[in-house]
Design a protein around this ligand. Structure first.
Ligand SMILES: O=C(O)C(=O)C[C@H](O)[C@H](O)COP(=O)(O)O
Length: 206
């Protein structure tokens, strides 16, 4: 899949942190049951690579990407684990080149016009805008749409269910990311009913 197809399939991408491997499968099933098609599992816990496989097995139609990818090793391990796409919080030049060389569909993280232009020069068509709210939010993205109208963003960072529709209305926003659909606490509690309900509301924001 190309990154354009992946972001087209998503309105909201839940950003997930799974600390206990046993939670991966029911989490994936709840998100898929709620109607979400694309999720980002962060590479922030010891079990993240195994959790990615478990999510994919539990919900084969779910497109599971790996987030918090920061190094060449992260890229390799995530792809070996079966990540459908890769997401980074930011990106230096050598990391961007490694990501481009991997050929994997990717959303490298940027927070400025300069970073967005560097990533676009290397061929990236869609970028994560992180951290969206602290970096300037909707006003900042609107300002980027003037000079850089062809660059599409997936803003992530302190976005809530209430704010997400306003981001999705922007011409240069393909989808939004956020942890509100399945927070660390809700996952740890195993409240799959609440997560499915949040996923359903998010899926309807398309
Ligand atoms: O891990 C990464 O690669 C990140 O870029 C950070 C995440 O996207 C944010 O942690 C999202 O979390 P919220 O701000 O709570 O929605």
């Amino acid at each position: 899949m190309q990154i354009e197809e992946i972001v087209d399939a998503a309105s909201v991408i839940p950003v997930l942190e799974v600390a206990e491997l046993e939670n991966a499968a029911p989490l994936a099933r709840a998100l898929a049951a709620g109607g979400l098609r694309v999720v980002e599992l962060t590479l922030r816990t010891d079990c993240a690579l195994d959790a990615l496989k478990a999510m994919q097995d539990a919900a084969p139609d779910l497109i599971v990407g790996m987030g918090t990818v920061r190094t060449g090793d992260d890229i390799e391990q995530s792809l070996a684990a079966g990540a459908a796409f890769l997401v980074s919080p930011g990106a230096g030049l050598s990391f961007l080149k490694a990501l481009a060389d991997s050929g994997a569909p990717s959303l490298p993280g940027v927070a400025t016009a300069s970073e967005a232009m560097t990533a676009a020069e290397l061929g990236f068509k869609a970028l994560k805008f992180f951290p969206a709210e602290p970096a300037g939010g909707i006003a900042y993205l609107k300002a980027l749409a003037g000079p850089l109208p062809e660059i599409m963003f997936c803003p992530t960072g302190s976005i809530s269910a209430e704010k997400a529709p306003d981001y999705l209305a922007l011409s240069n926003v393909a989808c939004v990311g956020g942890s509100w659909i399945a927070t660390k606490q809700t996952i740890a509690k195993g409240d799959w009913t609440a997560i499915e309900a949040n996923a359903r509301r998010a899926a309807q924001m398309a």
